[in-house]
Write a protein that binds this ligand. Structure first.
Ligand SMILES: *Cc1c(COP(=O)(O)O)cnc(C)c1O
Length: 385
């Protein structure tokens, strides 16, 4: 029998053919050129324009959120969403240790402290059961909510993230958020097109956010959006992200300290064209999953992650999990596949292992610690199948 790394390359080749394959590349086969050229011709390439309004409306229609506010990237969207959720300087915010650094950074930008929690093996997202046990031990009532008894800091928000597009256990997390008076804000940066019990991710919390970075399911070059059903919060999000300037024909009156986080019209033009193709992208990614499942079915020590029961995943990044017994071969697999031009990569470094966040509070993280040694992301672009 061939060693595991070679067997994985063979399996990938049966799906991807002989050529190289990037991890995730954007696809521009719709109205991108037309809309971007039209945007340039209009001269409204920057801070205001019809494409921004249209993109926001398209996003709201697609996700079912009452409102969407387009911003400059997903990180800025999360920073503003957390602020609007009431996160204050000196608070602690519960986030998964297994996430992209933007989740922790957005918390830090508000002067708050990330508090890391463990993931579930089945969803790769926050696991409500051990988090409930943890909070039972460390949370004490204070001021109508809860505080961390060892740090004295208020526990103000809970930020689930839908890892690689797979919805996490939102029912369990909503119930936990309710019991501990935590405001739920969803980091749905990776899960545009993913649904939990039929409803779009990013619409369960008080606010949610999306990312349209170049490697996400659709791209605006760089971009993000805040989703919410609360009209007042949406208006405030728009205001804060556009320098908090009062509407007036010539006066510059800013009634609070806002941000220049608006999405340029040029980027929104790209987004409108991309969103039109999202159903095709999702169908293609689903076909790719079927083909990977078939290709890896013969390998006993690896498993392709599938959408959790009751969920529809966008399969943003296809994910192979090595069994614990072969976890020590992960780096060999990464080397051999990348040498073959098939771009694969491991999960992110866990947040508490990053120098800037190593002193932050954290729950026990046995599952995240194990997952991070076993995850391998595979070439996942729409259009591969
Ligand atoms: C991509 C991403 C973001 C936001 O990224 P931007 O590049 O700022 O758009 C936030 N959280 C997670 C988990 C992400 O994957």
């Amino acid at each position: 029998m061939s060693p595991l790394p070679a067997a994985i390359v063979d399996a990938l080749r049966t799906v991807l053919g002989d050529g190289p394959a990037p991890l995730h590349e954007p696809r521009f086969q719709g109205n991108e050129q037309r809309y971007v050229q039209d945007c340039i011709a209009s001269t409204f390439v920057s801070s205001v324009g019809a494409y921004v309004d249209r993109f926001e409306q398209q996003l709201a229609d697609y996700t079912g959120a009452r409102r969407a506010v387009a911003v400059v990237n997903g990180t800025a969207a999360l920073q503003v969403a957390l602020r609007l959720a009431g996160v204050q300087s000196g608070d602690e915010v519960l986030i998964p240790a297994l996430s992209f650094v933007a989740t922790a950074n957005a918390v830090h930008y508000l002067g708050a402290v990330p508090h890391f929690a463990d993931s579930a093996e089945a969803t790769l997202g926050l696991d409500p059961a051990p988090l409930r046990d943890w909070l039972k031990g460390i949370a004490e009532p204070a001021g109508g909510g809860y505080r961390h008894r060892h740090t004295g800091r208020r526990l103000s928000a809970l930020v689930p993230m839908h890892t690689f597009g797979h919805p996490c256990d939102l029912d369990g997390l909503l119930s936990l958020a309710h019991d501990y008076r935590l405001t739920l804000v969803e980091d749905a940066a990776e899960s545009l097109g993913s649904r939990y019990h039929g409803r779009h991710t990013g619409t369960f919390g008080r606010l949610g956010i999306l990312s349209f970075n170049g490697n996400k399911t659709i791209t605006t070059g760089g971009g993000g959006a805040i989703l919410t059903d609360d009209e007042r919060l949406a208006d405030h999000a728009k205001h804060l992200t556009t320098t908090a300037k009062r509407q007036h024909r010539w006066e510059y009156v800013h009634d609070e300290i806002g941000y220049n986080f608006r999405m340029p019209n040029l980027n929104a033009a790209l987004g409108c064209a991309q969103l039109e193709q999202l159903p095709d992208f999702l169908a293609s990614k689903r076909r790719l999953t079927v083909r990977y499942l078939d290709a890896f079915a013969r390998l006993e020590s690896v498993r392709l992650i599938q959408e959790p029961p009751g969920c529809e995943s966008n399969y943003w990044l296809q994910t192979l999990i090595l069994d614990e017994a072969v976890a020590d071969q992960r780096d060999a697999v990464l080397t051999v596949t990348n040498d073959a031009g098939l771009m694969t990569r491991p999960a992110w470094t866990l947040m508490h292992r990053l120098a800037p966040y190593r002193d932050c509070p954290r729950a026990p993280l046995p599952v995240a610690e194990s997952l991070v040694r076993r995850i391998i992301n595979l070439p996942s672009s729409a259009g591969l199948a």
